[in-house]
Ligand binder design. Structure first.
Ligand SMILES: Cc1ncc(COP(=O)(O)O)c(C=O)c1O
Length: 374
């Protein structure tokens, strides 16, 4: 099946009692077990509404198995704490989402897990590996500078060294990038973003081999980060339009990025679809479109806060991937917890603005972004 068909059809279960086309919403926390080979309980991530979403995501990500969690951070925790143990070392790409960065620097060491950061350059990631390295974890495209990792090259190296490769695929969505097809072992999403897509849902997903997903799940059961049935249902409904939404968002972002890039009041646009972006050639090889996210820096004489306040259509809001276009200042939101020194080093300046392009008409979005330049 093609993506748009998978998004609608994969995983869904008809209502066998009434013939309804939608999967029934089954919020029971007490489930009879005598006639089932598996004991089912919402915190075990294995009710009907969990299974349906996990199966749809497995189809979209070309995975053997999946897990749906209560947030993107719960998915990341399930992976890190489910697969790593004391004495293990992990290599992370720099400039990760601020919440992930905080989890790494504040929590991993308490469990005896050491880590290193490297740039998204594959040679640097390889050089950061040690004999005890058990995992390489990347974001591509990354938040907020949209740097890109060469996924097949990194996966080939890691496989040779028996290192587990994990990617946060939130920015691309399974419509535009399937890391497992490039040799990665596990893919996670903050489903709060494109998968949910309507800015009304917090959730996360993990997909990969049955063995790795089972390990992550076994620990996640103990940590308790399950998603409730209602939100699984909402997520399933949202996923049915994922392909339509993401294609439109990606097309709109390409148009907006080109317009901003051509305007002298904008100093720099970070978008992998632009030919001068350092990751453009790699992104063109491994993605099916460049995505709905971009970031840009205004000319020095334009105050970023004043710019945001002048916007009339685009909302200034945290989070991303919704149907509406939103903008935020990473230093005040996603990267607030990253030290100023680290932000300077990474190029996450006060003037950097991150745009999540929605599904509105691209001319309306562009007109608003340009009028606010003054
Ligand atoms: C790239 C990325 N990964 C993970 C997360 C964490 O997801 P959640 O907020 O659903 O826990 C976010 C949240 O902004 C994100 O942008």
């Amino acid at each position: 099946m093609k993506k748009s068909t998978q998004a609608v059809r994969a995983g869904s279960r008809h209502d066998i009692n009434m013939g309804g086309l939608n999967t029934p919403l089954l919020p029971s926390s007490a489930i009879e077990y005598m006639d089932d080979s598996e004991v089912r309980y919402p915190r075990y991530f294995n009710t009907l509404n969990h299974d349906v979403v996990a199966d749809k995501m497995s189809a979209l990500e070309h995975a053997e198995a999946g897990l749906v969690t209560s947030s993107g951070m719960a998915a990341i925790s399930a992976i890190l704490f489910g697969l790593l143990g004391s004495g293990d070392h992990v290599v992370f790409t720099e400039g990760l989402y601020g919440g992930t960065h905080a989890l790494i620097v504040n929590e991993l060491q308490r469990f005896g897990i050491s880590h290193s950061f490297a740039t998204t350059d594959v040679r640097e990631l390889e050089a950061a590996c040690r004999p005890e390295t058990r995992m390489i974890y990347v974001e591509s495209p990354s938040n907020p500078l949209m740097t890109v990792v060469d996924l097949p090259a990194l996966a080939a190296f890691a496989r040779h060294r028996e290192i587990i490769t994990v990617i946060d695929n939130t920015f691309a969505s399974p419509i535009l990038q399937n890391p497992l097809l490039h040799g990665f072992d596990l893919v996670m999403h903050s489903g709060t973003k494109y998968l949910g897509g309507h800015s009304d849902l917090i959730c996360g997903t993990v997909n990969g081999s049955a063995a790795l997903v089972a390990s992550a799940r076994n620990h996640a059961v103990a940590y308790g980060g399950c998603l409730n049935a209602q939100d699984c249902y909402l997520l399933e409904r949202s996923l049915k339009t994922l392909e339509l939404r993401v294609q439109r968002q990606s097309d709109n972002a390409g148009l907006v990025a080109a317009l901003l890039d051509a305007d002298e009041r904008v100093k720099k646009v970070h978008y992998p679809g632009l030919e001068d972006h350092p990751g453009h050639a790699i992104a063109a090889r491994q993605m099916h479109g460049f995505g709905g996210m971009l970031s840009f820096e205004l000319a020095d004489d334009i105050d970023p806060i004043g710019y945001i306040r002048r916007l009339e259509l685009v909302n200034c809001a945290i989070s991303l991937g919704g149907v509406e276009t939103t903008i935020c200042q990473p230093v005040a939101t996603s990267h607030q917890k990253v030290s100023e020194e680290e932000r300077q080093r990474l190029g996450i300046t006060d003037g950097l603005l991150r745009l999540s392009v929605g599904i509105e008409d691209s001319e309306d979005i562009s007109a608003d972004l340009l009028q606010a330049l003054g």
